[in-house]
Design a protein around this ligand. Structure first.
Ligand code: SF4
Length: 247
């Protein structure tokens, strides 16, 4: 898929989301929030659902949780424009309640299609509902900061999934904020690991004579901004200097 085709495919999905009525959440939303970011990225961040500000503006992760996500990304030298950010449900649950299983199920095809288009190397889950989509049965307190292969049925055919707490939880609890800075510091290493796995898979396909082996990654590498923006001064950042920021 070319860059232009990928961009067009993502916009087609977004257009469907904006007029979707497949679950009850459409009745109370102001704007649906399809997601946004670099269509050529290797990394997608998946949260739970839009909040108050996201519902007003139709954009994911703005407001205080979004500000913290930007700081977390900056701590490894990345910008939100370098990645793609979306949610498990694209419309705001009333009063920010948890998304219900039938709402998650109704919205799942949109996320699956976004993953199929983006073909990410790494899926970073933010919060337990996103984690539950990619690591069923896991407990976030036990798996945050860890990585495992993604089930191809999710749409991310050759990716690793990396679990993190939701930034909103980090805003409420300093210990979770510290964990979040430590966790995101390991995401670049997960990306390098995923790249190696994808390249090895292609080499195996070539060795076995698979005629239509894809290149290692259809997406462009994330470039480290110059210079990387330092994180906002927080005790957590001081405790969790990232080990790897360059690609
Ligand atoms: S949450 Fe998803 S399935 Fe429900 S109305 Fe919004 S876009 Fe459609």
């Amino acid at each position: 898929m070319t860059d232009a085709e990928r961009r067009t495919a993502l916009e087609e999905i977004a257009a469907e989301v904006r007029v979707c009525t497949k679950c009850r959440l459409h009745q109370t939303r102001t704007k649906a929030v399809p997601g946004e970011g670099d269509p050529d990225t290797e990394v997608i961040f998946v949260g739970e659902g839009p909040g108050f500000n996201e519902d007003r503006q139709g954009r994911p992760f703005i407001g205080r949780a979004g500000d913290l996500l930007v700081k977390l990304l900056a701590s490894i030298g990345w910008r939100r424009e370098d990645v793609f950010i979306t949610n498990v449900v694209k419309c705001r649950p009333p009063d920010n309640r948890d998304p219900q299983p039938d709402e998650i199920a109704a919205c799942a095809p949109y996320l699956r299609r976004q993953l199929e288009v983006l073909d990410p190397a790494v899926v970073v889950t933010l919060g337990r509902f996103s984690m539950g989509t990619f690591m069923p049965g896991a407990r976030i307190s036990q798996v945050h900061g860890t990585v495992r292969p993604v089930d191809p049925a999710t749409g991310a055919g050759a990716a690793l999934v990396f679990a993190m707490y939701h930034p909103a939880a980090a805003l409420r609890t300093p210990a979770i904020e510290r964990d979040s800075y430590a966790d995101i510091g390991a995401v670049p290493a997960a990306l390098l690991d995923s790249r190696r796995r994808r390249e090895a898979a292609v080499e195996t396909d070539v060795a076995q004579g698979t005629p239509e082996a894809d290149p290692p990654s259809a997406s462009a590498a994330i470039e480290s901004p110059e210079p990387p923006s330092p994180p906002a001064p927080t005790p957590a950042a001081d405790d969790a200097t990232p080990q790897l920021t360059l690609f």
